[in-house]
Design a protein around this ligand. Sequence first.
Ligand SMILES: [Cu+2]
Length: 169
Amino acid sequence: MRWLIGMLGLLAVMMTVVVATSLAHALHPPSNVEVIDPLRLHLEGEFVESNLGAARESDGSVTVRLLAQQYSFVPRCVTVPADTPVKFRLTSADVLHGFLLVDTNVNTMVVPGFVAEVRTRFARSGDHAMPCHEFCGLGHAGMWAQVVVVPKDQFPDSSPTQRLRCAAH
Ligand SMILES: [Cu+2]
């Protein structure tokens, strides 16, 4: 009987640690379910080439659209403003890929046929490496991109060509 109480006590402690740390660090699995036809991404809809990159919304927030494919992200580098709500929307043109921003809690899978969405806000400017973290084939290790966070007032005007480029630094 004593071992049972001990086990239940241990379980309660572990559950408390899991719940408390996830609440404290705002860790939660992204839960967006939106389907998209991976064969028509380049032809129509929000992931056509001219619509990729970081775009300013009318409410002041920024939406970043990225395409993951063997073995790159398009675009390879995006600039986003600090201290601003940023929404990442990604989809895959072929197989399962992973989306992760180093030094942040941004992390999700990019599944073909679905749109992955992650909302965040960067507290300060700086660079974040963006490696693919799901093995996607022979070129997986070279599948990297970058997110450059710049001060709010240096965010470039979001013309379709500018938003595919990174800030010079
Ligand atoms: Cu990969």
